[in-house]
Design a protein around this ligand. Sequence first.
Ligand SMILES: *Cc1c(COP(=O)(O)O)cnc(C)c1O
Length: 243
Amino acid sequence: MKEMIISNLKEVHNRIETACKLSGRDASEVQLLLATKTVPADKIKIAIDAGETLLGENKMQELRDKDSDLKELNIERHFIGHLQTNKIKDVLKYVSCIQSLDRLNLAEELDKQLQKENRNLDVFIQVNTSFEESKFGLPPHEVISFIHEIKKYKTLKIKGLMTIGLLDVDKEKMQPSLRLLREIRDEIYNAKIDGIGELKLSMGMSQDLELAIAEGSNMVRIGTSIFGNRFLGKEIWNENIAE
Ligand SMILES: *Cc1c(COP(=O)(O)O)cnc(C)c1O
């Protein structure tokens, strides 16, 4: 198991480097986030021992269950799943960033809790760039007005945009949803919104990592290619089904 994870990790880093080279980018521009849903802490630790520092979880329950094994380690944890407002307080115990900010009442409730705790939080705005009903995220045309609305929540530091691209065996079908996230970022830059600085793009998973990097991704979120198949017959990010 250990050798497998370590060699998978090398392979993923090679894929990132190759993809960066192909598009004339520096590999340091792309962070690797380990998508660790359903992966037990002992496997995650192997990757951390191998030098990984950035993890993403989809469920509060998993954050909590793995916390005692991971909390002493030098890592950063992000929340990348659909977040219900009644889980905010718990999730905030474990993460420094929420990548799935996708609606106003979530921003408002986050701000309330963060004010109570007297702290700030990095956030990514999740955008549904594939227009699939199974996915969460703001519709692309609402992102700019959303930013204007949530700017008033000073505890939320907007660090970027996140999307789960359309997955298909056909590259031609996957590319548009990734490209769209970059175009939305460009629109935000063009709108010159006060207080909005550099925005990172969190996109690319095991299947579409190369395409995402070619479209400008700054953070790829990889699970399967590192830890193996999750054996689920359903996609976990379709939380309508998963719960
Ligand atoms: C599971 C998951 C990933 C990783 O997907 P893989 O195909 O296993 O690499 C990335 N992002 C999110 C939001 C996920 O839920």
